[in-house]
Design a binder for this molecule. Sequence first.
Ligand SMILES: *Cc1c(COP(=O)(O)O)cnc(C)c1O
Length: 386
Amino acid sequence: MKGHFPIDKFSSLRTPFYYYDTEVLRNTLNCIRAEVARYENFVVHYAVKANVNPKVLTIIRENGLGADCVSGGEIQAAIKAGFPANKIVFAGVGKADWEINLGLDYNIFCFNVESVPELEVINELAAERGKIANVAFRINPDVGAHTHANITTGLAENKFGISMQDMEHVIELAAEMQHVNFVGLHFHIGSQILDMGDFVALCNRINELQEKLDARGIRIEHINVGGGLGIDYHHPNRQSIPDFSAYFKTYATHLKLRAYQKLHFELGRAVVGQCGSLIARVLYVKQGTNKQFAILDAGMTDLIRPALYQAYHKIENISSEASVETYDVVGPVCESSDVFGKSVDLNGVKRGDFLALRSAGAYGEIMASQYNCRTLPQGYLSDEFM
Ligand SMILES: *Cc1c(COP(=O)(O)O)cnc(C)c1O
């Protein structure tokens, strides 16, 4: 048995499917709770977009995290999983009217606003409903993150947020509006960040902005630093829980939080990434000219990260102890980018073997598509196999 997969129970299931190890998920959540408990005013939300499997969401909600949503559909999924509306925050550059109305109707905790036109629309829609919406402004801190270019979000060139130069003007605008209540600032610099120095840079930038606002007597109740903490894709067993201790400590050390302020986090990948694996079967082993291919029944439609971000997922043959050989591991989809890994060392592969693509709990199942008229993968929790 490798990575504790109950493969005898897998044979009756349609592959590919996602397998979530609830013990890993629960240990991760316990660790987050223990680390956060050291700091009085830290609040953690789960970034729902990483994984909305209802059973996964329920476990996260049971552990007391709030929900960070980026669409109306995610708000509905969070509510359905039992997250209290007053623990839901709603971000995104392009909120449609119906999505804003949904948030207003549920009285969610806060809208993370990304532009002046959006602020105006929230104010109008709230007025129609006779409500006052809490708003935080997402500020683009122009801080780079040492991660893949497609998942850095806090640079001036990215589409996200309000520029620092506009920040004070926008806060003044909000103060004049009757149906919005300015409560805080929001930031998010990117994803899969392992260099704590990137978060330190964000803290320094927030400290500067706070000094500016203090000088003008503007009070900020909530600071939300987004998510972005990365996971160890190369060692899913050795490091199944990210270093939350170092992460929270970085903020506690470097961010000058006022006594009355709350610091919010929105973690996605770090919460669910390591608990999930994509389980596929080998359809064919094909000899190429200079290499051999393991052709799986899972493809980029089931797990797009390798094709989209050149992401690495550790691949294991969980059916075999045969001596190691080298394979290009590919999917069946008619795209040359439908490759999970090149020159991958695997225990000798034969037709019908189960392969596990590890660390696939975040941005895996939720990004699946039906391209090539393929069926969406199911998700199962390890609890269901007991
Ligand atoms: C995606 C996203 C997150 C979560 O990012 P992770 O890297 O998965 O932690 C948090 N906040 C916002 C605004 C996001 O868009």
